[in-house]
Design a binder for this molecule. Structure first.
Ligand code: URA
Length: 264
């Protein structure tokens, strides 16, 4: 890339919330910023949206027009873009433009936090199991699971698509469990609870990685921006499994959308 091409790295970092240009110069001088995997030098020019820029290994969204919402999904609303049965969709709750798509999926009857974005790279990293982002659920179940049953949820449960990974699970009150998983299998929490003999009565997602919000009412949404967005991007930095098929889908909104439909 010639000197005149692209935008100055310091300016791009400042625009997306990494403090002043001076602070950014320090970050670059300390070797904490990479561009396409190479440690960046002061004065480097980059193409936002084309070059992959990372701070401390966390890949950043650098396109100026990306947008991410946090929605508290009500029960009875579907997580697909359009529903063949005419049921209300999460897409109808947020503004039409710019067009966003749901990150992953919550069942029709599941409530709680759902991200919607037009940032294909971020969506991919949030849904890809190799990034292992935590999702926390409050689960009202039938009956009152014993300590041994809750331990089973923690240790792993044999489901028809294989063993679940170790999870966090604890009893909050009789019949109320908090479960944190980092897999995204179809109806996973419901199937885990069925397997221990305590079917789910109500399921609410209360946290996605660092993102939580106890004040957002069902049906309300808000922007995810500033430090919160940076925290999210940091949370999905590669866990370096070597299983990197990012190149195929990065920045490709429709591919990320396919992922969300796949988990349907
Ligand atoms: N697990 C489920 O069973 N359902 C959801 O909607 C999310 C996680």
């Amino acid at each position: 890339m010639t000197e005149a091409e692209g935008e100055r790295l310091q300016k791009v970092l400042a625009r997306i919330g990494f403090g002043s240009r001076r602070t950014n110069e320090d970050l670059i001088a300390e070797g904490r910023v990479t561009v396409n995997g190479e440690v960046a030098i002061l004065g480097a020019r980059v193409k936002p949206g084309e070059d992959e820029i990372a701070v401390d290994g966390a890949i950043l969204s650098t396109l100026p027009d990306t947008i991410t919402y946090l929605l508290n999904k009500p029960r009875g609303v579907v997580t697909t873009a359009a529903d063949t049965h005419g049921r209300p969709t999460v897409i109808e709750i947020v503004p039409d433009e710019p067009r966003v798509f749901p990150v992953g999926r919550l069942d029709l009857d599941t409530e709680g936090l759902l991200l919607l974005t037009n940032d294909g790279g971020l969506a991919h990293r949030l849904t890809h199991p190799s990034f292992g982002i935590d999702k926390e659920y409050l689960v009202h179940v039938e009956g009152n699971p014993s300590r041994a049953s809750v331990r089973q949820l923690r240790d792993g449960i044999e489901l028809d698509d294989g063993m679940t990974a170790p999870a966090k699970a604890s009893t909050v009150a009789p019949g109320l469990i908090k479960i944190t998983i980092h897999e995204g299998r179809n109806r996973q929490v419901r199937r885990m609870c069925d397997a221990i003999g305590h079917p789910v009565r109500r399921l609410v997602r209360t946290r996605i990685g660092p993102i939580t919000d106890t004040r957002l009412e069902p049906g309300q949404f808000r922007l995810v921006e500033g430090n919160e967005l940076l925290d999210l991007q940091r949370a999905v930095k590669s866990t370096a499994t070597g299983d990197d098929d990012d190149a195929d889908v990065d920045a490709d909104a429709s591919a990320a959308n396919d992922i969300s439909n796949e988990i349907d």
